[in-house]
Design a protein around this ligand. Structure first.
Ligand SMILES: Cc1cc2nc3c(=O)[nH]c(=O)nc-3n(C[C@H](O)[C@H](O)[C@H](O)COP(=O)(O)OP(=O)(O)OC[C@H]3O[C@@H](n4cnc5c(N)ncnc54)[C@H](O)[C@@H]3O)c2cc1C
Length: 496
């Protein structure tokens, strides 16, 4: 990928900075339209917000409460497309809203009927549940004062895996995607951007990559790239932190997710089954600036534990938390949004030098954001006009056969890596060979989700993963030791 990116004479039409949902989606959209497309990610695909979400593909019950009906409508449309185009990664999920007060039935029941209407009948219709039906669906829900519930349908996914799938889809379409290659500066001729400067994280080597259109899709880091363009540019992003706790499934068995429609701070809270765990989240805490590894604050953890204890019969304590992770929402501040070239819940800005910045939105609507962004690039870079095709584009399929072949290659490669984790030795080898995993963290945090499923167990297998990666990537003993130390330090931050 790197040599293709840097090939002499490579004449990129679209160059995307940032390999999260937005950037990868933009690369897929541009490559699918037939433009010569490249993407550079400074760390790893989905290292930022895109691996730290609640993992829901949804219209957003919260947006519904706030009356943002067009947004909900658009997101529900995208939900239907994702269920069709990535059925191996996105699945339908039942949600239950418990009713403890008399007014909750009519109020939330009507709201969810509207949700059904906006989804135009896509998934099953919402309906009221009796007390018994509610407890059948959520056996550990607090029964004291429970009148019943409301059931509705939504969808769930694995965020980092979808990101990887987008990277592979872009590559299938002839695009080039490179991770561990941060952009350190922009190349300008006159007032116009002509490309970017990059530095290989592994070797320190620096290069220039020229392109006709450059997209800044760096999420909460977008202001930093905007300042590379114009040191005086104003703040666009106002990041807000969200924290999730991961618990054992015994705290919430059953196949349904729980939605608490009104927390103490007036938000919605989810407890969602995911990879045989339960994810509880989230919070909403404004933070000063962007960070690659945001840290959960003590009061956020306490807030989540307190709500889990209120709604579940087994009271989780800090010792029950298998992992705790924080992510930053790339929210766009209002003043800047006014000058947006195009605004839904995402914003696209074109700077005088023709840098196209896309920010905001959510995972669910990445495809729509991407299509809007490429439309802008076509205009500013003067590319031949071609329509977006991604609404009909199936994403890169599951790798079952290839993985089975790797598992059969050597004795022991079909074996589990850890009793508490659903991963095998061949998953690591596969990630190195076919998914551009370069570090132990790439494998344990995003190719597999070991870090989120059990941070402690993931740290225990770091040495084995480092040895497997070293064999695949031709690394030495010192590299392995450094990788293990670095990963174990990271994993400590995901434990309470
Ligand atoms: C707590 C939380 C819960 C959420 N839950 C949901 C949900 O359930 N459903 C939903 O639809 N959405 C959800 N979202 C929103 C969704 O996760 C984000 O909107 C989305 O992931 C943003 O993607 P992005 O690509 O814009 O940013 P990011 O994923 O942050 O990607 C930006 C990338 O740019 C890279 N980068 C930065 N600087 C440079 C540089 N100089 N050179 C190269 N690369 C660089 C970073 O390393 C990063 O990988 C949630 C968000 C949060 C925080």
């Amino acid at each position: 990928m790197l040599s293709r990116l840097l090939a002499p004479g490579a004449d990129w039409e679209v160059l995307v900075i940032g390999g999260g949902a937005t950037g990868l989606g933009t690369a897929v959209d541009a490559a699918a339209r037939g433009y010569r497309t490249a993407l550079v990610e400074g760390e790893d695909f989905a290292k930022g917000s895109s691996s730290r979400s609640t993992k829901l593909i949804h219209g957003g019950v919260r947006y519904l409460q706030q009356g943002h009906l067009p947004l909900v409508f658009e997101a529900l449309h995208e939900r239907a497309l994702l269920l069709r185009n990535a059925p191996h990664l996105v699945r339908e999920l039942s949600f239950v809203v418990p009713r403890y007060d008399w007014w909750e039935g009519p109020y939330y029941g009507l709201g969810l009927k509207l949700y059904d209407l906006l989804a135009r009948g896509g998934l099953g219709a919402s309906h009221l549940l009796s007390r018994e039906e509610t407890l059948n669906r959520l056996p550990t829900l607090e029964p004291k004062g429970l009148r019943g519930g409301i059931s509705y349908q939504d969808a769930q996914f694995d965020d980092a895996r979808l990101a990887l799938t987008l990277a592979r889809t872009a590559a299938d379409l002839g695009g080039v995607v490179v991770n561990h290659l941060p952009v350190t500066g922009l190349i300008k001729e006159g007032d116009r951007i002509q490309g970017v400067r990059v530095r290989e994280a592994e070797t320190g080597a620096e290069h220039e990559v020229r392109a006709r259109g450059v997209v800044n899709a760096t999420g909460v880091f977008a202001d930093g790239v905007r300042r590379m363009d114009d040191p005086g540019s104003d703040h666009l992003l106002a990041p807000s932190q969200g924290v999730h706790l991961v618990l054992d499934r015994r705290f919430q068995p059953g196949e349904s997710a729980l939605l608490v429609p009104q927390t103490d701070d007036g938000r919605v809270l989810f407890a969602v089954p995911w990879h045989d765990r339960v994810i509880v989240g989230t919070t909403d805490t404004p933070v000063e600036g962007p960070s690659l590894e945001p840290r959960p604050q003590a009061q956020e953890v306490e807030f989540l534990l307190a709500h889990a204890r209120r709604y579940l019969i087994y009271d989780p304590g800090p010792g029950d938390v298998l992992a705790c992770f924080a992510g930053l929402r790339p929210l766009v501040g209002h003043d800047s949004a006014k000058t947006a070239a195009l605004s839904r819940d995402h914003t696209i800005l074109v700077s005088p030098s023709c840098l196209v910045t896309v920010a905001g939105g959510k995972w669910t609507t990445y495809r729509r954001m991407a299509a809007d962004t490429v439309d802008q690039v076509i205009q500013v870079a003067g590319l031949e006009k071609r329509p977006s095709t991604t609404a009909e584009l199936p994403l890169h399929g599951p790798d079952t056969a290839g993985l089975a072949a790797v598992a059969a290659e050597r004795p022991g490669w079909d074996e589990p890596l850890h009793l508490n984790l659903p991963y095998r030795v061949c998953d690591v080898v596969w990630a190195a060979r076919h998914e551009m995993a370069r570090t132990v963290e790439d494998v344990l945090a995003r190719r597999t989700r070991a870090l989120l499923l059990d941070a402690r167990a993931s740290a225990e297998i770091a040495p084995a993963v480092a040895a497997l990666l070293a064999a695949e990537l031709g690394r030495d003993e010192a590299w392995q030791q450094a990788q293990v130390a670095e990963y174990q330090e990271l994993a400590r931050g995901y434990r309470l």
